[in-house]
Ligand binder design. Sequence first.
Ligand SMILES: Nc1ncnc2c1ncn2[C@@H]1O[C@H](COP(=O)(O)OP(=O)(O)OP(=O)(O)O)[C@@H](O)[C@H]1O
Length: 674
Amino acid sequence: MFFKRNSKPIEEEIEQKSEESPLEKMRQQVKSAKLPGHAYDAAVKELDKLEKSDPSVAEYAIGLNYVELLVSLPWNISTKSHLELGRAKSILDSRHSGLDQVKQRILEFLAAKTLRQSVKANILIVDDEEIARNNMNHVLCKDGFSCECAENGIAALKILGASDIDLIISDLKMEGMDGYELLAEVNRSYPEIPVIMVTGFASVNSAVQAMKSGAAHYLSKPVNLNELRRTVAEVLDQKNLAEMGRGPILCFTGPPGTGKTSVGQAIAEALQFSFIRMSLAGLRDEAELRGHRRTYVGAMPGRIIMELKRAGVNNPVMMLDEIDKIGQDFRGDPASVMLEVLDPEQNVKFTDYYLDIPFNLSNIMFIATANDISRLPGPLRDRMEVIEFSGYTAREKCRIAEKFIIPRQLKGVGLQREGISFEPGAVGRIITEYTRESGLRNLEREIATVCRKMALLHLSDVSRKAAPKTIEADDIPGFLGPRRYVSSVGSRKPAIGITTGLVWTETGGEIINVEAVAMKGTGHLMLTGSLGDILRESAQAALSFIRSRADEYRIDDHLFSEQDIHVHFPAGAISKDGPSAGVTIFVALLSLLTGRPFRSDVAMTGEMTLSGQILAVSGIKEKLLAAQRAGIKVVVIPQQNKEELEVLPADVTAGLEVILIDNGNDAVPHVFTS
Ligand SMILES: Nc1ncnc2c1ncn2[C@@H]1O[C@H](COP(=O)(O)OP(=O)(O)OP(=O)(O)O)[C@@H](O)[C@H]1O
């Protein structure tokens, strides 16, 4: 026999090594991982296949990785929810200022989801032995559950048809209809009701058989009553958790930087669930969500399964960020995968191509965010409960900056103990002269810049003495350079043929200008500025309206046939394919044709029909905020939006004169210089 230096026979050593082979280790892990039946079968099948293959080939490592994934997924691991609405409210309040309506709706949503947890469950006990039925009934009623009893499957089905049952505890062997038959019927007709099987004489086979047939749990006879109570509590907990994830999906919509993501985070914290954020912007490849089949070299599971593996629990709060930015191309349709993920009917059996067996996603609490909900496909939108986040007024921004952003940024650069503060005027100056946005992203960025520069000053003793303790409005240009935005009112003079409109875009409200000029020609109307069809039609309608009332406006009819009119929408970045610029175009044409200059402190919005009627438009709050930001004084909006206007907070209309109009003509006295 050949011996090595430590004198162990080589065969023995080889034997020992093979005992510790990765395959063996993996087998042990599979055994102890408490996998559900279908995952266990898939893992064992793969390991059996690997046993027959050569460890040096690439497929071997791929197979091992696959089993490793099966073992590490949180099939049955969930976090318990401890929702107390009071605590949830205080968490939401401590992270976010304002947003009262949003918070209220979120609390209502959470309350509705969790209320049923506090209602004691209705349990159906099925057993042919009267004593056993009575014992279980007694214990469970003492725990506060309400119970109904049946002596066999047939009687149980009758009760199921008549009452609302949350859980069934059933014996296996019964006359008439036994436990297996009842279980099969419940799985078919009442799949949402879990069944605990009571198996006779601790027979392992019957327990395994019951679990394979879809029982939620099993107990052996004679039933230990404490174990019964524990198991009932466990199974009902699982059921409640699963129901928490069901129901409509929350979708937060609004301009960037208005707190959608951070409110989602606060919800997870309030529920004490893990939080996963998945950005879907620019996602074009279906495989990114659903994974690649294992036959591809370098195949990987999709992001949903990977994120769940990382989270280690199957019921996190999963934020699907920017769901409206999902793309579509030759690599499949990720939006349809999303539909499957979010649909409670389908997501119970979500199949990742790599995993190749279903994973239940129904315990996840999904929250989607979108800047523009109209971009979502209809079926996806139908599954969502939309909560709108709107832009902030300057005063709200100031308050949020003082309470949250400045302390956070000072802490970020290690200056929280230096007693540095920002004067309200300084914050106001950053808001009006360095940012122009509905949300808080740029404001946060600019404040971060100031804090970083302060940190630099504090690095040396000499410059520390020169650094201000209180940052005032006059210090801001020193930190941030020359101002970036000037009020459009101050920068523009009243002009003929140039009007100001308010439009809604996915980044919030915006100001646009409409310009009209006339030149010698043959009565053509020309439009430029990357416009959609709706705007072209609005312009045609507005011109026809003026022409039909040429006498009233004292416009020489020859002007229409001997001139060409060119209407242009500058600032190409703004999507202008909406009808709400109708009144703005009308006034621009009227100004051009009558020679009356348009006031530079007025802005308008409203859809106009051919007869001049002004119809309601959307996004009034965002538009008024945009007007405030631009320093506009008078806003002309449709009378039909009156109700919406009346419920807006006073902050939104502060400093604005709002004029409501029913007809295009009603705007005329307010929009031209006298
Ligand atoms: N009401 C608020 N109170 C306190 N902080 C806020 C509030 N709203 C937003 N913020 C802060 O503003 C920043 C931007 O918010 P967040 O990232 O949640 O915006 P978002 O709406 O998700 O933006 P996007 O659409 O670009 O993803 C965060 O730092 C957030 O904490």
